[in-house]
Design a protein. Structure first.
Length: 402
């Protein structure tokens, strides 16, 4: 040993918060990139529906991916009324504050517009921890996610957006240009490299006939208008039932997210599964089977952002029902229909005739988002002091933006 003292090198720590299966799948490329970065330390915080057996206990999928989970923060989702969700979010904030104090991250990274993020937002603001946000600047006027997303934007210190349209919106909200990166949507990053099941293997796993037509259903509550979810469920259920018989379509129904109104969707799907051998209900496909479904099945039906974000990369026809995704850019694979059974069936006919041999330009990025996000985070954390990052200047003058 030399007489020179050796000191440990402290790397900036990035805490990533995940609370749902869909968001985790879209974050996986970012997690891989952060784990591979020698200059940064990753801390993964798992909460929300990942820990709920009613939503498939998808924490098991995270562990199966070989991820090291730094902290698990339960959230009570057993009661589906507004007051209970507010209470659960408040309790999550309190528990998350304890976890964050112990982990002591230099930055917290979140994605999307789930109401659980309001708990992370509070922890960031009150405890003065920089917050980075993926997927800001988007518009979804048919859901309360719209309010959550823009609220997170005004609290966040770094922004990673899917395209220049979203970048302009965030700059228009007074954010400093150096804080905003047009990275692309990270959910597209693992699409080219993901191992996909063949149609035969996928159908065998789900108990379906690979020679027959197969449709995937991803429907979530529409929270923007009271009563909209009931209309949505009724029309979609009728269209699925009719097309299963008349068109011979086999349907894979996935569970909705934890938004208010999800119980009505689950109840309707269970009723459909009971009366038809052509219908399979599954809590969670997992990322690999979900992407394989987009590649191998014949159409996507519902109101999930997947129809707009991931489906174009597979030239998968997506029938988007209702207003939940209103305001988001669409590629040529998307057909918008009203929550009316007849309109939905017409959309299904359109999807079955869709020419999937034509490549579709995806408005959400080029599949190289994660390295851009990681590189920007690294440069900021290694070269900027905390106070400079925390203190945000509101840019009023358009000329100051560039």
């Amino acid at each position: 040993m030399s007489g020179e003292m050796q000191f440990p090198i402290t790397r900036p720590k990035v805490a990533v918060f995940t609370s749902s299966r869909a968001e985790y799948g879209m974050l996986s490329g970012v997690l891989d990139s952060l784990e591979a970065c020698d200059e940064l330390e990753l801390a993964l915080i798992v909460s929300g529906t990942h820990l709920d057996s009613n939503f498939g206990s998808t924490v098991n999928e995270i562990e199966a991916d070989g991820r090291h989970i730094s902290a698990i923060v339960p959230m009570d989702l057993t009661k589906g009324d507004p007051r209970a969700l507010v209470a659960a979010t408040g309790s999550l904030a309190a528990d998350l504050a304890t976890v964050v104090q112990k982990l002591s991250p230099d930055l917290i990274l979140v994605m999307g517009d789930r109401y659980e993020l309001l708990a992370v937002q509070m922890v960031s603001v009150v405890m003065r921890i920089p917050l980075a946000h993926i997927s800001g600047g988007e518009i979804t006027t048919g859901a309360i996610d719209e309010q959550v997303r823009h609220s997170i934007t005004k609290s966040a210190h770094l922004h990673y957006v899917a395209n220049q349209e979203f970048e302009r919106r965030i700059l228009g909200m007074g954010e400093e240009p150096w804080r905003v990166v047009c990275s692309g949507e990270p959910g597209l990053d693992n699409v080219p490299s993901s191992p996909l099941y063949t149609r035969t293997d996928l159908c065998q796993q789900l108990g379906l006939d690979p020679a027959g037509r197969v449709g995937l259903v991803a429907l979530h509550p529409e929270t923007g208008i009271p009563g909209a979810t009931n209309l949505l469920v009724s029309a979609t259920k009728s269209a699925i039932s009719n097309s299963s018989g008349d068109l011979g379509i086999q349907w894979v129904l996935t569970y909705p997210n934890s938004d208010l109104g999800n119980a009505a969707i689950v109840h309707a799907w269970k009723e459909l599964e009971k009366v038809s051998s052509r219908i399979v209900l599954i809590q969670s496909l997992g990322r690999a089977r979900f992407l394989s479904s987009l590649s191998e099945f014949d159409l996507l039906l519902g109101n999930s952002s997947s129809g707009l974000v991931e489906a174009p990369s597979f030239s998968m026809p997506a029938i988007n029902i209702g207003n939940r995704q209103r305001g988001r850019p669409r590629a040529k694979n998307v057909l918008d229909v009203d929550p009316d059974a007849e309109n939905i069936v017409e959309g299904i006919h359109w999807a079955l005739e869709f020419d999937r041999s034509i490549p579709i330009e995806n408005p959400y990025g080029d599949g190289r988002s994660s390295p851009r996000i990681t590189e920007h985070i690294k440069n900021v954390l290694l070269n900027m002091d905390k106070e400079t990052l925390l203190v945000k200047r509101f840019v009023d003058d358009w000329n100051d933006r560039r």
